[in-house]
Design a protein. Structure first.
Length: 312
């Protein structure tokens, strides 16, 4: 990847919607994905193969994944989340060629989130990797609570590096480092990625920042300065975490693109179209979404604001 370009992984359809009280129907999620593709997103997490009785927001992920990849498979890189072998077997019934697994850096959060220990979560990965290798599917890894846990407090960077390295050795082509509760600051981000780069090539690292304390965009910039060129974002800032009270959603795609455009970094994504999607999503979700850029647009070179009119 060129030094002056960045890839954004849109996780609003999965990480965003699965934590929202207002579910979207399959037809609406397909429309959502198509709008994101039209805006220029090329890496999109389309859903999660999880138990529908536990995560009803992800019901229909198989239908959505199949529909979008049959239409746009050559244009985008679509992925799905698989928590275990059952989820992986379901994913194999679709055209998907990219799946994601997730683990926590905190024992308490791991048990609350996926009802097992960290070690047990890694044991579950073994069959996923076996099936992925057999079917020529790539595996991405998420690490949550990389900076702090809502139950245990600060998380050791040594633990994060150890688990990230373990995922990399297992075969993850990319490890996404998550600030799940949005507590990290730019200095902490730079320090952690400096340590990670010693054991994992920076091209195989990604940043996943929640915006609970308004630091997500600044943290993207800090990670970018360390050479990270892949970031997870969520349209409008959708999402949160049911096991971290008060936690905000992932950094808004619009806000991240605004930052990167200002740095002269290529993303291939249109802010103007993201703003349109933002307002569409607000109507569907029946709530105001937190993205600042999505709400007011941006001032273009002619002095006109893209987005809704602003009355003084």
């Amino acid at each position: 990847m060129a030094k002056n370009s960045v890839q954004l992984v849109e996780v609003g359809l999965r990480d965003g919607l699965q934590n929202e009280m207002q579910p979207l129907a399959v037809k609406e999620r397909i429309e959502f994905a198509e709008k994101l593709i039209e805006a220029g997103l090329r890496r999109i997490e389309l859903g999660a193969f999880v138990r529908e009785d536990r995560v009803p927001q992800m019901a229909g992920s198989e239908q959505i994944t199949t529909n979008i990849l049959q239409k746009y498979g050559r244009k985008i890189k679509g992925s799905v989340l698989v928590p275990n072998e059952i989820g992986m077997l379901a994913a194999l019934q679709t055209p998907v060629k990219d799946v994601a697994v997730f683990a926590s850096c905190s024992e308490s959060f791991s048990r609350k989130n996926i009802n097992c220990s960290i070690e047990e979560s890694f044991s579950r990965f073994e069959n996923i990797f076996r099936l992925a290798k057999k079917n020529r599917i790539k595996v991405r890894g998420y690490l949550s609570t990389c900076f702090a846990c809502p139950y245990e407090g600060n998380v050791s960077s040594k633990k994060v590096v150890e688990l990230a390295r373990r995922l990399y050795k297992m075969g993850c082509y990319e490890i996404s480092i998550g600030d799940t509760i949005g507590v990290a600051t730019p200095g902490e981000v730079k320090k952690l990625f400096k340590q990670l780069k010693k054991v994992i090539p920076v091209k195989n690292l990604a940043g996943h920042f929640h915006d609970t304390r308004g630091m997500a965009v600044a943290n993207i910039y800090a990670a970018f300065q360390e050479g990270v060129r892949v970031f997870d974002t969520s349209l409008g800032g959708l999402g949160g975490c049911p096991y971290a009270p008060g936690s905000a959603g992932n950094v808004a795609t619009e806000d991240a693109v605004y930052l990167l455009d200002g740095l002269g970094v290529k993303t291939g994504i249109s802010i103007e179209k993201l703003v349109e999607i933002h307002h569409w999503a607000e109507e569907k979700m029946k709530k105001e979404l937190p993205s600042r850029v999505g709400r007011i647009g941006r001032l273009n070179p002619l002095g006109k604001v893209s987005g809704p009119a602003i009355a003084l």
